[in-house]
Design a protein around this ligand. Sequence first.
Ligand SMILES: Cc1cc2nc3c(=O)[nH]c(=O)nc-3n(C[C@H](O)[C@H](O)[C@H](O)COP(=O)(O)O)c2cc1C
Length: 337
Amino acid sequence: MMCYALIRKILFCLAPERAHDFTLKALRLAQKWRLTGFLSSPVSSPVKVMGLEFPNFVGLAAGLDKNGEYIDALSTLGFGFIEVGTVTPRPQPGNVSPRLFRLVEQKAIINRMGFNNKGVEYLVGCLKKTKYKGVLGINIGKNKDTPIEKAVDDYLYSMRLVIPFASYITINVSSPNTENLRQLQHGELLQSLLRALKAEQAEFFDKTNKYVPLVVKISPDLTPDELEQMCAIFVAEKIEGVIATNTTLSRDGVESSPLAVETGGLSGKPVRKRSTETVKQLHMILGNKIPIIGCGGISSAEDAAEKMAAGASLVQVYTGLIYQGPSLIREICQTSK
Ligand SMILES: Cc1cc2nc3c(=O)[nH]c(=O)nc-3n(C[C@H](O)[C@H](O)[C@H](O)COP(=O)(O)O)c2cc1C
């Protein structure tokens, strides 16, 4: 989109985090003044996944709206679903700045935000105010200072508060920016975490008759053996969905950038293949037992089609949106029709 190319030029003059805040605030203002009317008819291409009706298969990935402050504004962009978070029980500032880096030539981002968020109670306040009626995922994680053995308490605490507002809940065990978090992807730690959250899901269902699917978000840096073991646990614990993937610790494809040395998770074009490979392997192991949400490096309709061909039922975008603008959502939906 010509117009977005110009907007991007201006936004990229700002430091990445400022550009991020500015864009979301401007979008919210535009939505309040009803200037987003021309954007707001989501492309209708309905799909049913995890028992939920999605108006189309393109969602917003977690991390853009960590506190759920911009749900109504973001809903004007035509997403089939929106995921907010990652949220933790207590507010926390995240890592010190700078913690977000644009690798423009590679159409990539490195971030080490570290779950900066205003805490789950604040998020719930925002959820009470939103007018959005579409599919809403809520992504939960643990506080930085919660020891890994106690992580389950953090996830349970947030889950109890957000479940009445969630279409589905994402269990984030794959951010590379919270020390040891990725340990929760393995063995006994993963199994006991999922078992506790499934018990909570069942309890909520008994009380309210509302079934809220649980989705696990995984890293693109797992070995085939690790993936195999995780899938066995997902099946045993009756997990309803898997998001593949989060950001990568690999620096493949960005070696030439001076920013490649920055610590953090890499997203955008360079992670595309790795994420698609993960989707493919998951699909080979899981068949149609558990739906997969493909995420990582989608910046065109072809990239989305690649994830679907690998076995995804839905896709999510984040970095592609920063580089291509919101027309990406429409482009993906229309091309796939
Ligand atoms: C700045 C930034 C912050 C992110 N924060 C989160 C987060 O809080 N929780 C999460 O599950 N994923 C987070 N992600 C990962 C994205 O949701 C997505 O999984 C990843 O970036 C790959 O998709 P992409 O290449 O389309 O960006 C973040 C990504 C970026 C770039």
